[in-house]
Design a protein around this ligand. Structure first.
Ligand code: CMP
Length: 140
């Protein structure tokens, strides 16, 4: 299995509850390595741009408001089959559907305040990594 990269966000509901370490530990225990990480306050423009694919969805306005409601931690993760590995440890988008032992089952408050984002494909991982990181900020 090839070593690849994916993009992760620890969302405002998790940073508010001081769970940056808890989420990161679960990522690391799943075999992912944090090769870039920064805590930022996302601007409205950044959130709208990052989630542009969802702009026609009814939850778009609330999603942007939530993602700008407090600090987030953006990360680049590396590991074997990183996109799938990250999605497996995150669990389903809705914590009510997430499997035991996943980040969202353990920590998420709701489908919106679901503690973590992870890229859904290698193609989107590259786009999302480039959205938040300069190449020199990533040390693999
Ligand atoms: P994320 O992986 O960050 O991608 C888009 C986000 O929209 C998703 O996680 C959810 O947190 C959020 N969201 C809010 N409401 C919904 C919904 N009804 N269906 C899907 N995603 C939703």
């Amino acid at each position: 299995m090839a070593v690849t990269r994916t993009f992760s966000i620890i969302k405002p509901d998790a940073t508010r509850r001081n769970l940056t370490g808890g989420v990161t530990r679960m990522l690391e225990e799943a075999g992912l390595c944090v090769i870039a990480s920064k805590r930022i306050q996302m601007s409205r423009q950044q959130a709208e741009g990052f989630y542009a694919v969802h702009k026609e969805r009814p939850f778009f306005g609330d999603l942007v408001a939530f993602m700008t409601s407090g600090p987030v931690v953006v990360q680049v993760l590396e590991g074997e089959d990183a996109v799938k590995r990250n999605r497996d440890i995150m669990g389903a988008t809705n914590p009510a559907d997430a499997a035991e032992g996943t980040i969202r089952k353990t920590y998420a408050e709701s489908i919106e305040a679901n503690s973590a984002h992870g890229s859904d494909s290698e193609e989107n991982a590259k786009i999302e990594i480039d959205f938040f990181f300069k190449p020199e900020e990533i040390v693999g």
